[in-house]
Design a protein. Sequence first.
Length: 206
Amino acid sequence: MIHLLQDWWNHQTWLEIAGVITGLICVYLAAINNIWNWPIATISVTIYIFIFFEARLFADMGLQVYFFVVNLYGWYYWSMRPADEKKVPVATITKREILLSVGAVIFFTVLLGSLLKYTTASFPYLDSFCTACSLVAQVFLARKVLENWLIWIFVDVIYVGVYIYKDLHLTAVMYAIYVAIALKGYLDWRRDLQSQTATLNNKHQA
């Protein structure tokens, strides 16, 4: 058993290890509403651009570039909190956002999948679907919309299977941990939202 673990560890790359560590840190910080998740996230996604290129997960590679840009936006948005707030308030998803999100996921899944099926990409449509869901979830995370965590839980479960199949075992473990962190993020943000609502009601009654 020990020899099997040693052999497995010897097949891991320092690049993937660095990506896993920074990835876990940034998602945990996001879950606890810490603004420092954004600069660490930019480091993590930069690393994964190279990892996914080597794994021929081209939609995921492109997604990291998108994440890099949205991470910069999220860092800016979270820093622009109201003067009387310690953090940017948590919001909830609207019916319009739900409809737009579903439309965006369908559109990008079909578009990216149709393009990638003519390349050497692995799982062109599944990879594109996960990418489309992640595009939407990342925007909601940057805008502090509570339901972003539910989307992440859903898509991260799928990613675990994909990365196991592609022999990215450390990354698969990381995404399994992401599921747990996303659940914590959802519960913590929901508690913050309830606290915000109670505070707002008290102000109105005063």
